[in-house]
Design a protein around this ligand. Structure first.
Ligand code: CP3
Length: 336
């Protein structure tokens, strides 16, 4: 059993595994080189050989405990037949959703489109050392819908107009998404993934009953399904503040990734029977080495006696220095 799984499942606290969200990405020159030769981002995600190569880039540089397969959460809308484009500087743009088409898509058709992701996982698992974990991932239904139905404004607030207009479809779509997300998780496990991370990056847009209906309920169904197929799960319901406690009490994931707005001491005192991951702001990594090391040590000290996986409160920023990542990894590994 590798260190990552020992910590996540056995709640081992004597060492702290380390990996980073967006550890393969634009802060690495070797990623940018491949990216500049592959202008279509979705096509790049579906190139199994290149996806595997990109997945392994950070592993070659740093002594990380886990690789995360290079893909994107928006590969699911793509596989459901909704066109997804990544426009430089603007983020993802999705064509207007045809609800009927999405609800009618057949499992086989959906899985066929994602075959290259499973091939990439199989290739990567073969190349990756046995003592390192390979993490698969999905976007949670609400976060996928936020993109599919354009539910957030440019200021990252809930777009009430789009939300009201889509009300009739939202529950049906959530159920369809739970179904296809579970298919995607099962296939990633069958290809060789050791765990799944469930990204609910826009959970923070939801309040009260909507948080229960559109965040806790779908995450709970996905975590239950993952447990049923023996795949450990980590949830990332970003931006829900003290509702993190309700989230883990209801959803019961193996691991919980905390964001940079959550007080880590509060997290330690309130999030029980779960492996905690992450928290440190990715912005810290843009500061000088002393500041960075102090902050890394702060998180390690707080979670010293807990099952804790070192990571950030969100993805590595593109202007991060790869050497700083190297130093952080060494610091975490040598921490006693
Ligand atoms: O290294 C890894 O973490 C694995 C690969 C990975 C990517 N996206 C590659 C990527 C993972 C796990 C994701 C998850 C993802 N994608 C999330 C959840 C996590 C989060 O950031 O909140 C979300 C919301 C997306 C959707 C998405 N993909 C956006 C909004 C963008 C554009 C802006 C941005 O954040 O970069 C992407 C593009 C994307 N996905 C890039 C990478 C490396 C950048 C591609 C490029 O422009 O070259």
């Amino acid at each position: 059993m590798n260190r990552f799984i020992k910590c996540l499942i056995k709640k081992e606290s004597s060492f702290k595994p380390v990996w980073f969200m967006r550890q393969a990405g634009r802060y690495l020159p070797e990623f940018n080189k491949i990216r500049s030769q592959n202008k279509n981002f979705i096509k790049l995600c579906l190139n199994s050989e290149l996806s595997s190569e990109i997945t392994l880039q950070p592993i070659k540089r740093f002594d990380l405990d886990a690789a995360i397969i290079f893909s994107d959460i928006l590969i699911i809308p793509h596989a459901l037949g909704q066109e997804v484009n990544f426009v430089k500087g603007e983020g993802p743009i999705l064509e207007k959703l045809n609800v009927k088409n999405v609800l009618n898509i057949k499992d086989q058709e959906f899985l066929k489109k994602l075959r290259p992701v499973y091939d990439a996982i199989a290739i990567t698992r073969k190349k990756l050392r046995k003592d390192k974990a390979l993490i698969s991932f999905v976007g949670a239904p609400w976060t996928l819908l936020a993109y599919m139905l354009n539910l957030k404004t440019n200021e990252n607030k809930l777009n009430l107009e789009s939300f009201k207009k889509s009300q009739n479809n939202i529950e049906e779509l959530i159920n369809k998404l739970i179904h296809v997300i579970n298919l995607h998780i099962r296939s990633q496990k069958e290809a060789g993934a050791d765990a799944v991370q469930i990204f609910d990056s826009w959970a923070g847009l939801l309040k009260n009953d909507n948080l229960k209906k559109f965040c806790y309920m779908p995450n709970s169904k996905i975590v239950n399904y993952s447990r049923h197929i023996n795949l450990p799960s980590i949830c990332f319901p970003k931006g829900i503040g003290i509702n993190y406690k309700n989230f883990i009490d209801i959803v019961l994931p193996d691991g919980i990734s905390i964001d940079y707005d959550l007080d880590p001491i509060w997290a330690k005192n309130n999030l029980k029977n779960v492996c905690i991951q992450g928290g440190m702001s990715p912005k810290i990594l843009l500061r000088n080495e002393d500041d960075v090391m102090k902050e890394v040590e702060k998180y390690l000290d707080i979670f010293k006696n807990n099952a804790y996986i070192f990571n950030l409160g969100h993805g590595i920023l593109p202007n991060t220095d790869p050497d700083m990542i190297k130093k952080v990894v060494e610091k975490v590994i040598n921490y006693k």
